[in-house]
Every structure is written in structure tokens, then in C-alpha cells.
Design a protein around this ligand. Sequence first.
Ligand SMILES: CCCCCCC/C=C/C(=O)SCCNC(=O)CCNC(=O)[C@H](O)C(C)(C)COP(=O)(O)OP(=O)(O)OC[C@H]1O[C@@H](n2cnc3c(N)ncnc32)[C@H](O)[C@@H]1OP(=O)(O)O
Length: 302
Amino acid sequence: MALTAVLRLPARALLRPWALLRGVALGRTEAAAGIRNGARRFGSQHVLVEPAAAAGVAVMKLRNPPVNSLSLELLTELVISLEKLENDKVFRGVILTSDCPSVFSSGLDLRELCGRNPARYAEFWKAVQEMWLRFYLSNLVLVAAINGACPAGGCLLSLTCDYRVLADNPKYLMGLNETLLGIVAPFWFKDSIMNTIGHRATEQALQLGSLLPPAEALQVGMVDQVVPEDQLLSTALSVMAKWLAVPDHARQLTKSMIRQATADRLLKQRDADIQNFVSFISKDAIQKSLQTYLEKLKQKKG
Ligand SMILES: CCCCCCC/C=C/C(=O)SCCNC(=O)CCNC(=O)[C@H](O)C(C)(C)COP(=O)(O)OP(=O)(O)OC[C@H]1O[C@@H](n2cnc3c(N)ncnc32)[C@H](O)[C@@H]1OP(=O)(O)O
């Protein structure tokens, strides 16, 4: 469903994202089939959510082929899907993974960063902020089951999770590679990685724009576990069981105590961060650099 169509919906529908995803983003027939074995299954155009085999756990799959680039639509649907799960007392944990072969997420959709007008850049950046804030502060346990390449914004999304399991495949490179595109990762991208891998490792990884293969991502602490691809989901479920053995209220307050200050840094300057993004991305030199990068990506095949 186009975002413009979502925005045209009555406010009450937006306040009830569960109903929105069920009745509108899904076809009626699919929505009617949404309850299976007593458990709910729902989806939107770019995000599929289904109950896992374990009680209280949902699997959220990104499906924006070919490479799960984070468009405005995908970002919006991710936030709505998470909110829906948070509002449903049944769910306590989410496994975040990809429905696209060999790519977890290729990061922010480069087409959102090139050739748009300032209002659209601002709308897009607000959606990136919202995704990060909502996932980073979610009261659910989030486990990333990373089943593909995970650069830039894809890496950021995984860094919002409480635990990361990466499938062992040398092609599944992971990291914040913004500098290689001639752009600068904002401070809250930097905070996310620094809180995960530490100061010194961040100095290197962020300046060099390193995309690390699984063994190095593990060594530096960007992921918590690397496992054979066919064990990815079962490992994520085992990890989830361990996290769900802890009483929710104690774990949630502890998570908030650790993460809130980082989120507050952005919350205190959200508008300034948007203005900064719009003015940076609108510069001719940055636009040229991004266009060249996108064209190189497209030529790679030829
Ligand atoms: C003050 C503020 C400053 C601004 C801060 C901005 C922060 C930015 C964060 C970002 O996330 S920028 C995005 C960075 N992403 C990347 O560098 C990844 C680029 N993609 C790849 O490396 C590869 O595509 C892949 C993910 C490793 C997958 O490789 P694979 O061989 O499987 O597919 P491809 O043939 O390369 O791609 C297929 C198709 O998809 C297009 N595409 C790839 N990534 C993107 C993307 N991020 N956005 C839009 N489109 C993308 C690619 O061009 C191909 O298109 P077609 O040729 O089929 O048209």
C-alpha cells in the first residue's frame, strides 16, 4: 500500500495500526486467514509477521525485494508492525530477519537520498529517526537473525536489537560503510555502534567504512554469535528463550536505564537533526557522490 494512501486514512485507523494492517494493508481474504492455530499472523506489503514456534515470539521478515532497501514505505511499515506487536499482550519477543535471499537489508534506499525535494528528504529522515527510536527503545526482546548482507542502515537496524546472530557466509558483510559513499553517519548511528563495539573499534570501523565478514564482525562484537546458516532461526529461538526467562518488567526497566540516554540525545534535537540531514543531502557534491555510487552498483552486473 502506498504511503500516501496510508496517510489519507482516517486518524482512528492510524491509531489502530493492528486494524490498519489487517483490514487495509492485507487483502480481506488474507486477513481472514490471519489466525492460525489460535495464533495471529499478519503482514503488510513489505513486512511479514508470523508467530514463531515458541509461545510469545513473533518473526518479523523484511520483504522489499531485491535487497530490502529501507524506503519510506518499508520504514513506516516496520514501525507500525512493531507497535502492533507491542500492543498485543501475546507477544514478548521478536526475531527480525529477511525474506530476501542473501541480503538482510542494503540500508537506506539510495533513491530516497537522490534527486528528491527538501520536504521529501525531511519526511524520509523523520521516518529513519522514528524507526531507530522505536526499535531501540522497544519493550519487547528483539533478536536479529541476520541472514544476508547488512550494510549501513541495515546494520543500524540490527544494532537496535538486543542480540544479533549472523549466518556464517563470507558474502554477508556487515558494518556502517557511509564514509565509502562520501557521506557521514549521523551521531546516533555512531552512538549505536559505539555502545555495541566500543570506542576504539568504532574509530576504525566508522572512519574506514568497514564492511566485516562474519568472523571479524564477531571478533569486534558487532554480532553476538555466528552460526551455520541452517541453524540461524533455531539459534535465535534459543537465545530468545533465555531472554524471555527473565521477568519482563525487570528486563524492560534495565534496558531503558541503559538505552534511554542515547535515545534522548536524538530526541532533544530531532528537528535540528532533520534540518542538518536535508541541508547535507541537498548539496551538489553529495548528490553527485551518491549518484555515482548508485550507478556503480547498477553497472556491477553488466
Ligand atoms: C548528515 C546526514 C548524512 C546522511 C546520512 C545517511 C546515512 C545513510 C545510510 C545508508 O544506509 S546509505 C545506503 C548504503 N548501502 C550500501 O552501500 C549497500 C549498497 N548495496 C550493496 O552493496 C549490494 O546491493 C548488496 C546489498 C551487497 C546486495 O548485493 P547483490 O549483488 O545481491 O545485489 P545488487 O545487484 O548489488 O543490487 C540489486 C539491485 O538493488 C539496487 N540496490 C542495492 N542497494 C540499494 C540501496 N541501498 N538503495 C537502493 N537500491 C539499491 C542495486 O542498484 C540493484 O539495482 P538494479 O541494477 O537491479 O536496478
